[in-house]
Design a protein. Sequence first.
Length: 555
Amino acid sequence: MSAAGQPVIILREGTERSRGRDARTGNIMAARIVSQAIKTSLGPKGMDKMLVDSFGDVTITNDGATMLKEMDVQHPAAKMMVEISKTQDDEVGDGTTSVVVIAGELLGKAVELMDKKVHPTVIIDGYREAQEQAMRILDEISIKVDPRDREMLLKVARTAMASKLISGHRGYIADIAIDAVLQIAEEADGSHDADLDMVKVEKKPGGAVTDTVLISGLVIDKEVVHDGMPKKAKDARIGLLNASMEVEKTEFSSKIHIETPEEMQAYLDQEEQMLREMVEKVRATGVSVLLCQKGIDDMVQHFLAREGVMAARRLKKSDMEALAKATGAKVVNSVDELTEEDTGYASNVEERKIGDDKMIFVEGCKNPKAVSILIRGGTERIVDEAERSLHDALCVIRDVVREPKVVAGGGAPEIEIARRLREYAEKVVGRERLAVSKFADAIEVIPTTLAENAGMDPIDALSEMQSRHTKGELWAGLDGLEGEVSDMAGLDVYEPMAVKAQALKSATESSTMLLKIDDIIAASKMKPPPGGPPGMPGGMPGGMPGGMPGGMPPM
């Protein structure tokens, strides 16, 4: 109120505002609800979710990032949970459920501290200190491995797929994923890296998951342009062209007067001659398979077919880049530039029918730095979930190749980090020590949830794990399949350290960000103009009373 008793209106009418405790509690509650929703899908005994979108499309998945992406989340704080899950997926590809579960628990523990009158800023400082310490502990306990050790990569990939729908075939899929990543991995300055964009995944329902194959080359979802062309080429010389095989239209408009049929014929002959020369240039370089990013004229198709050249058109840019890496060919921007040095090699190029569609297989490249995986499965849902599982497997293998450090799974690293954090908290002065020990409690939510999902008593399981860690059993964790506490390293359950590190960083950052908010000012939603479109009273077609055609009364 102003001095004169007049109200001072600052915010627009209809704006909602919540402050202080209300704002914080609302945000935390929204974030925790999201966390609770996907908690049950964690671990090898986790459940799947069926998500139906507004169009009625169904997604059945166990993948945290996919679940959150498909849910239509409205609350701004809940959207942050979707974001951290997406970040986790983009950065390391696995741990998308864990990161949201940890963030939800960190917020829950913060509420307990705030109830004891600990200021949010103190909690934030404590959490950040705990996270830094947790990263150090994680680095200390991690096991260094050889980035090309197939045996270790297989264990890591099998662990990533243990909780998925296709876990029964995880050994088979893991082998394919390892072959793919090691094929495209490149070494530079003593470290390895792998660009997963160079592993092209195509999916076709039909067959079984075990019909999934790795192609040392590429699968292109296109067919040969002309029926008269060969459908198969052995020891193929491949040309990649980023130009249209057509007579170019002029950029400016002009008119030509044609007086006689002979002149007309001369123009047509000239056009045909230009197209014929294009094909001769291609043939002169020895190309037997021409893959074009743009269009190919009908006449050119006919000439190519007569020359016995196999061709496909309108390929995606990403396919062209991958083909260049796989076959060793260069992408040229005009037919005139195509030379013999620019061509690539594949031992077999063939059009095959997969399901209802025809696809071109470019196989047997010498040392391809781009490969394809063709996923098969009984139904479209299974193929989609197999693709998501394969994505996780490829990502964890890439993570270990990039940063060759692993930790055992089953909640063992979380228990060990929590145990050492509690010891560290004893040395912290002030109220931050409360936040550090709450951080330790929060990350134990992973083993606790694994126990709950496996049908065990979480308190008993947690107590047993803690006591075994105190005795020095570093990798004592939860074997969800057997429902008991075991040595996870002995069971070959390993995860990349990078996945754990990213999950702790993202969860801490998002939870501290939400704790810092003490005021939510939400602008009013825009209302549609009254009366609907112009000329239609009442916003209904023709302004019919009752809002129904023919003026029927409302139902």
